[in-house]
Design a protein around this ligand. Structure first.
Ligand code: NAP
Length: 544
């Protein structure tokens, strides 16, 4: 498989043998952590597998890659100078624009000198007597630290599908999350793409414009809403910059880390005419959350959700000319229970003569052959296959490292029936290990940067608390953790989220326990709970 140009030799520097904090990952979490740790006069190293900062935005370079949160909201709030001086170009910036922002932050705060690039962490073990972690890298280095922070992101362990014959294929293959840095020219090629999540939905229209022929293999249709992307106007930038503090506060108190009007009505208490007018407005708004937050009960009532679902189905039928293709593109699960996508010309792309949709519910893939993809009814031949097949989400990046806590307990074993955390930040048996946006926190159900900043601040306050009180370690009690896991499950059970076979449920990885992993109670409520825990002397943790 062609992957990003990341196979250069290791970082030539040798990391220090001992620091206060080891951080894994130099995405938005790791960068902010490093900046704050320096401000606290704590020594730190960051290990990063890529050749530069940026995390998600370093790896996911597929054509059409963009964020689906608006740039002025999807940005750090910790530095007013940064907020004021940075100039975003687009409403929904492209991957290169976001990567440039990450690089600007790294330059501006001189972060790279403590980041060891091209360095994958392979193992970490806790020494109970010393209350230290020893973190090992693929290059044989070992660093000892009091604190160990996994800032590895929720969607970083990419996943190829379990389809027989994957290695037999003779043409070029690509995974959207490991796109070659130099780009790919599909001109004149017959291309097959497997997967119609956000990565597929964003890349399909762009690849379709280049390729001679594009065949899309769809197992589960996505709900996709038009992004209505555009250049930002100077007046709206100026307005946001003048009001940033109030906006940031509203982000922190909101449900998804995005201030939205709070709905007051049920979708079922208004007329069909009124409802459709509201949905139409939301469709035109170019927003991931506008439809879902239009009424109080769209994420909790099947009947209410059915009204929004029917609206989107109608839109798909209006846009896509071939009725069978339109029908195949209509999702059958409730809107919002798999992460919706924001697109540019996604449904319109199916009106092109060179684009074909294969509904895998009717004709499943049987195998990958030397020439292409064999479905139950026929073989398709390709010059290239793109896997837009997603990630071992939320837990993959954590369990891919051999993390051993007290008594050699492995995190993989501890989480064999699903991730178990307290607040999505820490896990019993693993003192002084912190996760940024871990399972059990709002994470992927939020504007990630808002949740990242909240977790980094909370974790560093906790570390500061230990230092000021002459304490060495903190670890959640099993009781607090069990109660938190129950709470996370209970909140999910009030919603429609568990109804879809989503990566949030672990459903895309065969054998992965079926557990709804993020905290669905909202960013603002969650923050309050975390703050209460801290205010009560880190209630639910044993400090020693
Ligand atoms: P994804 O949402 O998990 O989508 C993977 C796709 O591959 C799904 O359609 C899945 O079908 C399909 N697939 C997996 N295994 C398959 C198999 N064996 N046979 C056929 N189809 C198979 O992954 P993603 O598109 O990379 O997106 C993941 C998440 O990353 C998003 O939900 C979003 O949170 C984030 N993301 C965000 C943006 C953005 O901000 N704009 C862009 C990209 C990604 P099933 O659904 O049936 O499993």
């Amino acid at each position: 498989m062609s992957v990003s140009s990341n196979n250069q030799s290791s970082d030539p520097r040798t990391p220090p043998a001992s620091v206060d904090v080891v951080v894994v990952g130099a995405g938005f979490s790791g960068m902010y952590l490093l900046h704050r740790l320096r401000g606290m006069n704590l020594s730190a190293v960051v290990f990063e597998a890529g050749t530069d900062v940026g995390g998600t935005w370093y790896w996911n370079r597929y054509p059409g890659a963009r964020v689906d949160v608006e740039s002025l909201a999807y940005s750090y709030s910790f530095s007013e100078e940064l907020e004021q001086e940075y100039e975003w170009e687009e409403r929904y910036p492209t991957q290169p624009e976001i990567l440039r922002y990450a690089q600007h932050v790294a330059d501006r705060f001189d972060l790279r000198r403590d980041i060891y690039f091209r360095t994958r962490v392979t193992a970490a073990a806790y020494d109970e007597d010393e209350a230290t972690w020893t973190v090992r890298t693929e290059h044989g280095d070992a660093v000892t630290a009091r604190f160990f922070v996994m800032a590895t992101g929720c969607l970083s362990a990419s996943k190829l599908p379990e389809i027989p014959g994957l290695s037999r294929y003779r043409g070029a293959t690509y995974h959207t999350a490991h796109w070659p840095h130099e780009g790919v020219d599909f001109t004149g090629m017959r291309v097959g793409i497997i997967g119609t999540g956000s990565s597929g939905v964003q890349s399909i229209p762009v690849i379709a414009e280049q390729a001679a022929d594009l065949t899309v293999f769809q197992r589960t249709p996505a709900y996709s809403l038009p992004a209505r992307n555009r250049k930002l106007r100077p007046d709206e930038i100026a307005e946001m910059k003048a009001n940033y503090r109030a906006f940031r506060q509203a982000q922190r108190e909101s449900g998804f880390g995005l201030p939205t009007p709070i709905p007051t009505k049920s979708a079922l208490e208004v007329s069909e005419e009124e409802r459709n007018a509201v949905y139409e407005q939301a469709w035109e708004a170019g927003s991931l959350v506008a439809i879902l937050t239009a009424y109080t009960d769209l994420t909790t009532s099947q009947e209410a959700n059915d009204t929004a679902k029917a609206f989107v189905h109608r839109k798909i039928h209006e846009i896509v000319k071939d009725p069978q293709t339109a029908q195949d593109l209509c999702p059958d699960y409730p809107l919002g229970t798999k992460r919706p996508c924001l697109d540019t010309n996604y449904y319109e792309t199916y009106n092109r003569d060179n684009v074909h949709l294969v509904n895998l519910r009717r004709t499943p893939i049987v195998e990958i052959t030397e020439r292409g993809v064999r479905c139950s009814d026929r073989e398709y031949e390709f010059d290239a296959i793109v896997y837009a097949t997603g990630f071992d989400a939320m837990t993959g990046a954590l369990t891919n490292v051999d993390i051993r806590g007290k008594d050699g307990l492995s995190i993989k074993e501890a989480w064999h029936a699903g991730p178990r955390t307290y607040l999505g930040i820490a896990s019993a048996g693993f003192p002084n290990l912190f996760m940024i946006t871990g399972p059990g926190s709002p994470s992927v159900l939020s504007n990630m940067i808002v949740s990242i900043e909240q977790h980094v601040d909370w974790v560093l306050d906790a570390i500061d608390h230990l230092g000021r009180n002459g304490l060495k370690a903190m670890e959640p009690t099993l009781e607090a953790q069990d109660a938190w896991v129950d709470h996370v499950n209970e909140i999910a059970s009030y919603t429609l989220y568990p109804k879809a076979n989503s990566w949030c449920m672990g459903a895309n990885v065969p054998g992965k326990p079926r557990v709804f992993m993020p905290y669905a109670g909202g960013v603002g409520e969650y923050r309050k709970k975390c703050d209460e825990v801290a205010a009560r002397g880190y209630e639910g943790f044993v400090l020693s």
